[in-house]
Ligand binder design. Structure first.
Ligand code: ADP
Ligand code: MG
Length: 237
């Protein structure tokens, strides 16, 4: 309690919205599987970062979230860890029906980083992660998606291409992450992002992360998130 209060003071974390779940102090408070706890320990993560303290219980409770924080605050694990829990909660299917978790990121470098992080936390549960972004063979990515995965990490343009090619369907996707939304918009991906969101069922859980909240991103958030909680770290946004 006191530690979290310290964190809050130090980094000026603000949470707005109704019925905010209590922040966690430790990863042990999250109810993670032993495999997940093992992967966290293997990463050398001793305790959650301030945004993780706030975001983990919110996302684990199934709520939509807007996370506003600059780079280096630990946003990736804040959306990957609950994504693994979300996937484990879904019924197993006989046949692949597309990914459950979909992550959109602005650049291939970022998509690749998220892919690596996602693999670390999902491997021990046998969850398959695919990364799709420009600069890699579309045919190879098509084949990989056809083979099936539970998580896809993508840049918006390439994901749209692969959706058009019917490399995957979004029928099973219920966990959508838009990472670095402001940068995706700066790079002109607003139409692609909107198209992707439009192809994912409305009863999904949606997470939007951004370093800043320009009007266009704010408008998107209002349109695509349901009753979100807003977590702001530091004097940004
Ligand atoms: P962001 O997406 O907010 O820029 P990242 O998710 O890339 O931040 O994390 C920044 C760095 O902090 C990474 O090197 C990551 O491995 C590390 N990190 C994340 N969570 C923790 C944690 N709980 N403890 C220690 N290091 C962490
Ligand atoms: Mg990030």
């Amino acid at each position: 309690e006191q530690e979290v209060a310290e964190y809050r003071k130090m980094l000026a974390i603000r949470v707005s919205g109704f019925d905010v779940p209590k922040p966690v102090k430790m990863f042990e408070d999250c109810g993670f599987s032993s495999q997940l706890m093992g992967a966290i320990a293997k990463q050398g993560y001793e305790k959650p970062t301030p945004i993780q303290c706030q975001a983990l219980p919110i996302v684990l409770s199934g709520r939509d979230i807007i996370g506003i924080a600059k780079t280096g605050s630990g946003k990736t694990a804040a959306f990957i860890l609950p994504m693994v829990v979300h996937i484990l909660d879904q019924p197993e299917l006989e046949k692949d029906e597309g990914p459950i978790g979909v992550v959109c990121a602005p650049t291939r470098e970022l998509a690749h980083q998220i892919y690596l992080e996602a693999k670390k936390f999902s491997k021990s549960h046998g969850i398959r992660v695919s990364a799709v972004y420009g600069g890699m063979s579309k045919l190879e990515q098509f084949k990989e998606l056809k083979a099936g995965c539970e998580i896809v990490v993508a840049t918006p343009g390439r994901l749209i291409d692969l959706l058009k090619m019917k490399a995957l369907t979004m029928t099973r996707a219920t966990y959508l992450v838009l990472d670095e939304a402001d940068r995706m918009f700066d790079l002109g991906f607003e139409p692609q992002v909107r198209s992707i969101v439009g192809q994912i069922r409305p009863d999904r859980q949606t997470l939007l992360f951004s370093a800043t909240m320009p009007h266009k991103v704010e408008k998107l958030a209002r349109e695509i998130l349901t009753d979100p909680l807003r977590v702001t770290v530091g004097g940004v946004g």
